[in-house]
Write a protein that binds this ligand. Sequence first.
Ligand SMILES: Cc1cc2nc3c(=O)[nH]c(=O)nc-3n(C[C@H](O)[C@H](O)[C@H](O)COP(=O)(O)O)c2cc1C
Length: 205
Amino acid sequence: MDLYEAIYKRRDIRKFRPDPVPEDALGRILEAAHHAGSVGFMQPWNFILVRDLAVRGRVKASFEEHNRAAAELYEGGRRELYESLKLEGILESPLNICVTCDRRRGGTVLGRASILDTDLFSTCCAVQNLWLAARAEGVGVGWVSILDNAALTAALALPEGVVPLAYLCVGYPVEFPESPMLESVGWRGRLPLGDLVFRDRFGQR
Ligand SMILES: Cc1cc2nc3c(=O)[nH]c(=O)nc-3n(C[C@H](O)[C@H](O)[C@H](O)COP(=O)(O)O)c2cc1C
């Protein structure tokens, strides 16, 4: 699969088959993540491979609490639609990966003095590499953000200064849908690119 194909065929996956991802494929996916760009070559990421069902149960409980709260933000048909959506595959997927960002790694990092959050941006680049490499391997990834960072920190025993950046469900998908699920159910569509590109200053077409 070439890069553009992986980009266009990548999907957020919430429905998984139970078969495990072979170690060699997982190794290639993690290696791709580890080859992301990072501010000052800081490489602030760690990848916590979460298989323990007790740990995953704690994460799922946090999801359920936050998902209930999120549903309250909508009313009527929109709420009904929200409540019908499957927004995670924490327990069904054979593997969860928490990608963390160690905000203290490397001391005074070249290029990070002005914009402290560049370590977080770098870790997002690693997540995107992971997501695309997984797609090229036929492996699905679903990002779960309807969660409490404090609950993740406790469940995964993260030390001071290490923050959870992405909690990912990983495994072979039931399918790779053609379009984003939120688009197919009528929640929200892709914006026209032409509306998003400006000339020289914000808003100028
Ligand atoms: C930072 C981030 C957080 C996300 N959190 C969730 C989530 O909690 N649950 C979910 O079902 N999808 C989540 N998604 C997936 C998005 O809904 C999805 O990327 C978007 O609808 C476009 O669909 P596609 O990824 O299949 O192209 C998240 C994606 C990103 C980048």
